[in-house]
Write a protein that binds this ligand. Structure first.
Ligand code: SF4
Ligand code: SF4
Length: 453
């Protein structure tokens, strides 16, 4: 490990007093190490300071003036995927999510990133949360000839694995840009211009009125997942409201420590769904769902919004939770004789504790067989913008996940997060494997329509 610079005599703290990681939460860690085997970065590098326990130790050192905000310190936090596998593994109930979010908030406010680093992050946060801009940026990819492949990494083989060096420097702008292109899915004009109706009536008697978060990247890159979600919810007796005025929910900003941006986007989302007067808000992207369920904490210090944020968060459900809560299925499931490997998206399984509902949703289809994946708790390396800003460990984790999928030999993979879909698909392409990856709701939709996948 490269230790953070410690200057006890000077007593300079890495964190200031504006929302630092909370001492009370840090002190719940009893240093038992049960979290270490499930931490992806510890699995890759075996470095204590790249484990949950090590990062919590660094937060503590930063808080009481034993560590300054130096590049090595920031690298240990940047390397964290925010996957929350440590939260699932921790017997002491350590709340790592508010700790890493507060730490990242401090880093984004107080650490002077390099020009290239700032430029790349600016590019991401100027494009991704804005569907209109993202459509324009992706339009040239729709001109790519069908079947053309994304560029491969030009990193020499001996630099391909982040494990080679404990001193991990910040990846350069063009390395990250290549990673972004490598992850890009096939883009079509039809997809770029697809829209879903603002209101879709329930088929048969209405059981519930459900809002749909259409997402920013989701609505541009995976509009078919939104369309399938609307069809399934309507078939199961829900009026579906997808307000056209909605924007990004703030998940990407929140996970990257851009807290003011995240709060502004959260306020807008809360307002939009209040106006929609829905009983629940269905979300079909795990990262967005986990952030929206955190709105109460995010806006807790804002007297004008705290209560509204809590009320909104209480209505948020992953779409598989909505289906499960509706009870007895109403729409007929047509049989599909397929073997599916269900990949738990970290922000669904670890952050929201939603594991059973998507599996039950898939098992409700006659003929579907679920096959287990090895290392189910280890992240695929997607993790919000992680695979863009930390492409090397992300690639290692993606390859590891694709290898486990190959070993399970399913007919297809199901996962409830757009980022995981892109990440596992890119890893499969690198390995020359052909993989069909679908959102569970798409598979259920295919069954309801009597289609074959
Ligand atoms: S969030 Fe994930 S990567 Fe970060 S410390 Fe926890 S297990 Fe490790
Ligand atoms: S399992 Fe929990 S208490 Fe134990 S070291 Fe990890 S974070 Fe700390």
């Amino acid at each position: 490990m490269s230790a953070p610079q410690v200057d006890a005599a000077r007593g300079a703290s890495a964190f200031d007093r504006h929302h630092p990681p909370q001492r009370a939460l840090i002190d719940t860690c009893v240093h038992c190490g049960f979290c270490l085997p499930t931490c992806p970065t510890y699995a890759l590098w075996g470095e204590e300071m790249d484990s949950p326990r090590g990062r919590i130790y660094l937060m503590s050192a930063g808080l009481d003036g034993r560590a300054e905000m130096t590049a090595p310190l920031v690298r240990h936090f940047d390397a964290c995927l925010g996957c929350m596998a440590c939260v699932t593994a921790c017997p002491s109930g350590v709340q790592y999510s508010p700790l890493i979010e507060a730490t990242r908030g401090q880093i984004e406010r107080r650490y002077d990133r390099s020009f290239g680093d700032r430029l790349f992050r600016w590019l991401i946060f100027t494009l991704f949360p804005f569907p209109g801009r993202l459509r324009i940026a992706l339009a040239p990819l729709a001109l790519r000839p069908a079947g053309s492949v994304a560029p491969r990494s030009r990193l020499p083989a001996n630099r391909r694995r982040a494990t080679d060096s404990v001193e991990r420097s910040t990846p350069g702008f063009f390395t990250r840009l290549r990673a972004m292109l490598e992850l890009a899915p096939p883009i079509t004009w039809r997809g770029l211009t697809a829209r879903i109706p603002e209101r879709t009536a329930a088929i048969g008697a209405r059981r519930r009125t459900v809002g749909l978060l259409t997402g920013c990247v989701q609505r541009v890159v995976f509009p078919h997942v939104n369309a399938a979600t609307v069809r399934v919810l309507a078939a199961e007796g829900c009026d579906v409201v997808a307000p056209a005025e909605q924007g990004c929910c703030g998940a990407l900003a929140l996970h990257a420590g851009r807290l003011d941006e995240a709060r502004a986007l959260a306020r807008r989302t809360i307002e939009v769904f209040e106006r929609a007067e829905v009983e629940q808000i269905a979300v079909n992207a795990a990262g967005c769902g986990s952030s929206m369920k955190e709105y109460g904490q995010l806006l807790a210090d804002d007297p004008a919004w705290a209560e509204r944020a809590r009320a909104c968060a209480a209505r948020v459900r992953d779409v598989s939770e909505v289906i499960a809560e509706l009870g007895e299925p109403r729409a007929r499931r047509h049989p599909m004789a397929i073997k599916i490997a269900y990949h738990d998206a970290c922000h669904l399984a670890h952050a929201q504790g939603v594991r059973q509902q998507p599996r039950d949703l898939l098992r409700s289809i006659p003929g579907v067989e679920l096959v287990p994946l090895a290392e189910p708790d280890i992240c695929c390396g997607s993790a919000g913008i992680y695979n863009l800003v930390e492409p090397e460990p992300a690639r290692d984790l993606g390859d590891r996940k694709a290898m486990h999928v190959e070993a399970a030999a399913p007919d297809g993979v199901a996962t409830a997060n757009a980022g995981c879909t892109l990440q596992i698909a890119a890893a499969a392409r690198r390995r020359g494997t052909v993989l069909t990856i679908r959102h569970p709701i798409e598979i259920l939709d295919a069954s309801l329509r009597g289609a074959n996948g």
